[in-house]
Write a protein that binds this ligand. Structure first.
Ligand code: 89V
Length: 344
């Protein structure tokens, strides 16, 4: 089968690993890159063997006619560059968070819908090996319908070293990490009915909030889901970045994701423990192993959708539901109020 020809927009930290993840899967060929500063795009193309470099994304689309674009720019580039793809009717995968406001995100999804052009969001968290094993366990019904769950990602890791732009965001942890955890919560427990959130800003050199705690009622069963996240440089006995830990309780059993990529499932028959360590890729930064490895199944799912083989899990339209939770969380924290998101 002919490889799909694609272009990458943005040549920063994530673009390098994302291209490696595309190459891991096969079936595509990166034919061009665009970056605002051409010297960065030149260096990227030279290091990674991409044949063409542009500092004008419109010109790239006209000349190269890619089968799709992977938009891996910082959040400020997501809307303008995705809309450019929509205007050219070029399918686009947009990095998370899709947009800095819900209004922008809705406009993006609508633009692709109007031109009947595929639009996906690169949301890889739900594809992390231990979380995927948890999702499969929940869908098997072995725990019964969960009544309570906790997702936790609390880390002292210096995320700003590789992503300095995160320091200057007015809205930080909910948009950067909250998108991931709330999307994973949706994959596990269904849509949120209500939400309450508290935020803290504890670091003088980071503009936005860096600690968030949410309580959601999710799905038909109104599962009580607590989501905790922090990038607070708090000394921790055990650093598990970028793993998300979880504990789920149901009438028939419980499940726990432990710091060593373990999934422990306890039913009346006892406890079963299995490790779901991420595959090791030589292109992946070992400090980000489980997160970067999850790009492979995430991109495989999106590629299958681009080829028309199946529906993508993380379409733009689906991801709107995740962003609705992110922005509802800011509103809840601002008003110190529970928000009801669905008719009871
Ligand atoms: O994957 C990401 O989007 C990163 C991280 C969650 C590691 O902070 O920004």
């Amino acid at each position: 089968m002919k490889p799909l020809r694609f272009a990458i927009f943005g040549t920063g930290f994530w673009a390098r690993v994302q291209l490696a993840a595309w190459r891991e899967i096969g079936g595509t060929r990166c034919v061009a890159v665009y970056n605002r500063s051409r010297d960065k795009a030149d260096a990227f193309a030279r290091d990674l063997g991409v044949p063409a470099v542009y500092d004008d994304p419109g010109e790239l689309l006209v000349r190269e006619k890619p089968d799709f674009v992977d938009n891996i720019t910082e959040v400020g580039g997501h809307k303008p560059l995705s809309l450019l793809c929509a205007r050219h009717r070029v399918p686009c995968i947009c990095q998370k968070p899709m947009a800095p406001t819900l209004r922008d995100a809705r406009a993006m999804v609508a633009a692709f819908a109007r031109t009947d052009t595929p639009f996906y969001v690169h949301e890889n968290w739900r594809w992390q090996a231990p979380l995927r094993a948890l999702i499969t366990t929940l869908r098997s019904g072995v725990l019964g319908t969960p009544f309570r769950a906790r997702l936790t990602m609390t880390s002292g890791f210096d995320v700003w070293a590789n992503q300095p732009a995160l320091r200057t965001l007015d809205q930080f942890i909910l948009t950067d990490l909250g998108t991931h955890l709330l999307d994973t919560a949706r994959a596990c427990f269904g849509e949120a009915r209500s939400l309450y959130c508290q935020l803290h800003r504890t670091l003088p050199d980071v503009r936005g909030e860096n600690v968030a705690t949410l309580l959601l009622s999710m799905g038909e069963a109104r599962t009580s889901v607590t989501v905790e996240m922090a990038y607070a440089r708090t000394p921790l006995e055990r650093e598990v970045f970028p793993q998300t830990l979880a504990f789920v309780e149901g009438p028939e059993g419980s499940a726990e994701i432990t710091p060593d990529y373990g999934l422990r499932i306890t039913t009346r028959r006892g406890t079963r423990h299995r490790r779901h360590a991420p595959p090791r890729y030589d292109w992946a930064d070992p400090r980000y192993a489980v997160a970067q490895a999850s790009m492979v199944p995430c991109l495989r799912n999106l590629l299958g959708a681009l080829r028309g083989r199946h529906a993508a899990e993380t379409t733009g339209a689906d991801n709107l539901r995740t962003l609705e939770l992110v922005f509802a969380a800011y509103e809840s924290a601002r008003r110190d109020a529970v928000l009801h998101l669905m008719p009871a």
